[in-house]
Write a protein that binds this ligand. Structure first.
Ligand SMILES: NC(=O)c1ccc[n+]([C@@H]2O[C@H](COP(=O)([O-])OP(=O)(O)OC[C@H]3O[C@@H](n4cnc5c(N)ncnc54)[C@H](O)[C@@H]3O)[C@@H](O)[C@H]2O)c1
Length: 272
């Protein structure tokens, strides 16, 4: 099936991270040009270089972007236009996955979680939508915004209150964008991913709050304990991978998903 994505331009915030780098690679495989926007500029540059070399039919550029700063996010959109002349897809992916029980949420944690996970997505959407809507860039109104949501937007877990709240907010942002800009062929899709561990996970705090047994002197034993715990709960007996996530994101960027405008999709490996 031809996804008709060849030649399109996608910005991935947090693009150098676990999901982001897999998404960049999967887009490149489909001939999509990518902007890897991340605070971690070295990792972003390495990734952009590797992807550009591996997939010569596409090109990837890195830009240091802090989604919590409006000027930085505006610069990100302007770079995409300067490099590629259009923005077709925005993946609002930059996000912090951290646990904190309700009674331990302080102002600093609130500020960090809310600004990266939610305000960042609002800034990025505000920066990209005007270009998606302007026929001078790309020749036709077109825009897909992928909100990287979570099973945590559907059901709360101990320690994940604020994270869940940001993901519900992200989904509402997506719905509002679709209602305000659907007539311009610009809309959001919100895949809710489940357990797919990446380097961003604080395995030690997961293991501790789940009461798991691990050897703290042995490298990555906390990670092993967490992955085993979740794997046992899932019907396929395994947690998800960034590559599986990336394929769903690419599919969500394609015209094939147009009938699913404004949907939340449960992509959580059967988690009950
Ligand atoms: N891993 C999972 O199981 C899972 C499940 C559901 C949803 N998600 C969501 O997917 C997204 C990516 O998760 P991940 O597991 O790849 O995390 P990750 O920690 O591996 O990657 C996050 C990236 O965001 C970047 N980043 C952090 N703050 C930033 C900022 N202010 N501006 C720009 N970039 C910033 C980091 O440098 C990092 O490269 C997140 O929004 C997360 O909530 C992850």
């Amino acid at each position: 099936m031809d996804l008709k994505l060849k030649g399109r331009v996608a910005i991935i915030t947090g693009g150098a991270g676990g999901f982001g780098s897999a998404i960049a690679e999967e887009y490149a495989r489909e001939g999509v040009y990518t902007v890897i926007a991340d605070v971690a500029i070295n990792a972003a540059q390495e990734l952009a270089q590797r992807v550009s070399q591996t997939y010569p039919a596409s090109r990837s550029v890195a830009i240091q972007t802090d989604v919590t700063r409006k000027s930085s996010v505006e610069q990100m959109a302007q770079t995409a236009i300067a490099e590629f002349g259009r923005i077709d897809v925005l993946v609002n992916n930059a996000g912090l996955i951290q646990r904190r029980n309700v009674l331990e949420i302080d102002d600093a944690f609130w500020e960090k979680m809310m600004t990266i996970n939610l305000r960042g997505a609002i800034y990025a959407s505000q920066a990209c939508i005007p270009y998606m809507a302007d026929e001078r860039y790309g020749g036709k109104q077109f825009g897909r915004i992928i909100m990287m949501s979570s099973s945590s937007a559907d059901h709360a877990s101990a320690g994940m209150t604020l994270y869940s709240t940001t993901k519900v907010g992200l989904e509402m942002l997506g719905q509002a964008i679709s209602k305000e800009h659907g007539h311009q062929n610009i809309f959001a899709i919100c895949p809710r991913f489940g357990i797919a561990p990446t380097p961003g996970w604080d395995f030690r705090s997961y293991a501790d709050s789940l009461g798991l047994t691990y050897d703290p002197t042995q490298k990555d034993d906390d990670k092993r304990a967490v992955i085993e715990y979740y794997s046992k709960q899932l019907p396929m007996g395994k947690v998800g991978t960034p590559e599986e996530v990336a394929r769903i994101v690419v599919l969500c960027s394609s015209y094939i998903m147009d009938p699913l405008i404004n949907q939340t999709l449960n992509a959580w490996w059967g988690r009950g």
